[in-house]
Ligand binder design. Structure first.
Ligand code: IPM
Ligand code: MG
Length: 361
């Protein structure tokens, strides 16, 4: 199979971790007889430095012409980097929001798994973590507060800012369908998270999710208020299979879920549209403080590449091989600094990539 992949190395540790994911993908292509053609584009701060804007139309066109996009991370230190002196629509994050919208990537899948080998890193009490957990947050990504009308004004000398949270039923239905479809392939449970005791947008969300649920009698649906969900994630994470939620709630809950795994450097994500096309990126940020030091953990990006093989290319065997390589490398006792524990061997970003590639078979 010939696979056209656009890469966005981005900022901070982005270029280092993307290089290692490419290494693993190239080895996978070699073992399984595929041809991968990589094309890099600039986004975020890297694009600002060259073009003055975080995302150009040309870069979007290149991304659109590929079969999938693999991204590292974007953004810098918000207190120090000159990128954050620019108006909001010219900052690195605007590039990320821009590409999500331009490619209609409305479904964001963020798995949060407690790996046996890394159970010690889980910050929860042992009696809670013992049960393990494997959940998937299905976050709506192109609507809600992130893309609603916003403005900042001064009225009679009083500064005022407004953001709006809007959803129509079609936007809710298409993400709910994705959530139920994926639950069917997992443990068949959807927890739809909203704030229906306060927000109209949440009440509509709940109604539409219930309508969609009628087509999935084999999947159990429960509703949970977002504040309760934040609490349940640390009290009893094993109860969750698929968490289905709107953009802002998903942003916050997915950071919390990744923290309870104890290893944010391990968590992948996929952002999908209605077709097989997707953008794949680690759930963590650009970590500018450790950029260029060859100490970042490339595993989240490698696992994102595995999601790409699975969701965009239907290459399940190859995706399994990448995931198995990750488990094997951990079993063999290799760790980057962020997941280091006693008795293991500490390796850098590039060595971790090579160890993973070696284990692809
Ligand atoms: C994420 C990030 C982004 C978001 C930022 C960088 C705009 O936090 O992907 O979760 O809020 O969506
Ligand atoms: Mg976030």
């Amino acid at each position: 199979m010939e696979l056209k992949i656009t890469c966005i190395p981005g900022d901070g540790i982005g270029p280092e971790i993307v290089a290692e994911a490419k290494k693993v993908l190239e080895k996978t292509a070699c073992v399984y007889g595929h041809k991968m053609i990589f094309t890099d584009i600039l986004m975020g701060g890297a694009s600002i430095d060259v073009h003055g804007v975080p995302l150009t139309d040309e870069a979007i066109a290149v991304a659109k012409s590929a079969d999938a996009v693999l991204m590292g991370s974007i953004g810098g230190d918000t207190t120090k980097s000159p990128w954050y002196k620019l108006p909001p629509e010219k900052r690195p994050e605007a590039g990320l929001l821009g590409i999500r919208k331009a490619l209609n990537l409305f479904a964001n899948l963020r798995p949060a798994i407690l790996y046996d080998e890394l159970a010690a890193a889980c910050p929860l009490k042992e009696e809670i973590s013992r049960a393990g957990f494997d959940m998937l947050i299905m976050r709506e990504l192109t609507g809600g507060l992130y893309f609603g009308e916003r403005r900042t004004t001064v009225e009679n000398g009083l500064r005022k800012a407004v953001d709006t949270l809007t959803y129509d039923e079609n936007e809710i239905r298409r993400i709910a369908v994705k959530g139920f479809d994926i639950a069917r392939k997992r443990r068949k449970k959807v927890t739809s998270v909203d704030k229906a005791n306060v927000l109209d947008s949440s009440r509509l969300w709940r109604q539409v999710v219930e309508e969609v649920a009628k087509d999935y009698p084999d999947v159990t649906l429960e509703h949970m208020l977002v504040d309760n969900c934040a609490m349940q994630l640390v009290k009893d994470p094993a109860q969750f299979d698929v968490i289905l939620t709107e953009n802002m709630f998903g942003d916050i809950l997915s950071d919390e879920a990744s923290m309870v795994t104890g290893s944010i450097g391990m968590l992948a994500s996929a952002s999908l549209n209605d077709t097989k096309f997707g953008l794949y990126e680690p759930s963590h940020g650009s970590a500018p403080d450790i950029a260029g030091k060859d100490i970042a953990n490339p595993i989240a990006t490698v696992l994102s590449a595995a999601m790409m093989l699975r969701y965009s290319f239907d290459l399940d065997r190859e995706a399994d091989a990448v995931e198995a390589a990750v488990k094997q490398v951990l079993k063999d006792g290799y760790r980057t600094g962020d997941i280091m524990s006693a008795g293991c061997r500490k390796v850098g970003c590039s060595e971790m990539g090579s160890l993973l590639a070696e284990r692809i078979s």
